[in-house]
Design a protein around this ligand. Structure first.
Ligand SMILES: [Zn+2]
Length: 145
């Protein structure tokens, strides 16, 4: 049986960042939320409880850094973290920004159920993802000697 996430990792066409066994990428489904990103394990792990201790420590630090980049570069006022795993049974952590302008029906878990008609364009989604990527690269460059 083929795992969609393993396939996605192997293709790695839309990777914004790759570090410590994880890739960062924009959500692959249409969404109304700018800057909705996902951290996916490169290795097939069913869920958080299947990560090694090293992977679990790494994903916490990585998620924190990405969320800070979403807050700063996109001017989000909050970032949600969701690891549900009912449909895609391969570890992935959704990092979903909430903006001052985010309507009630796109806040929290409801963002997953937003009507397709409300989705932003692929160009806008890619643009927001790139803003976060650029911010992360600049932050990384700042700490290098
Ligand atoms: Zn997999």
């Amino acid at each position: 049986m083929t795992c969609t996430a393993c396939q996605f990792v192997a293709e790695s066409a839309r990777v914004l960042l790759r570090r410590d066994g994880f890739i960062l990428h924009a959500i692959t489904q249409p969404t109304p939320v700018r800057g909705w990103l996902v951290l996916t394990s490169e290795r097939h792990a069913r869920a958080w409880y299947d990560l090694t201790a090293e992977e679990a420590a790494a994903v916490g630090a990585l998620a924190r850094e990405v969320m800070q980049a979403q807050l700063e570069s996109l001017h989000a006022e909050h970032v949600y973290a969701f690891a549900i795993g009912d449909v895609l049974q391969h570890f992935h952590l959704h990092l979903v920004p909430r903006f001052a302008t985010t309507p009630a029906h796109h806040r929290g878990r409801a963002a997953f159920d937003a009507p397709a008609a409300e989705a932003i364009s692929e160009a806008e989604a890619a643009g927001a993802a790139n803003e976060v990527k650029t911010y992360l690269e600049r932050s990384a460059a700042d700490v290098l000697p």
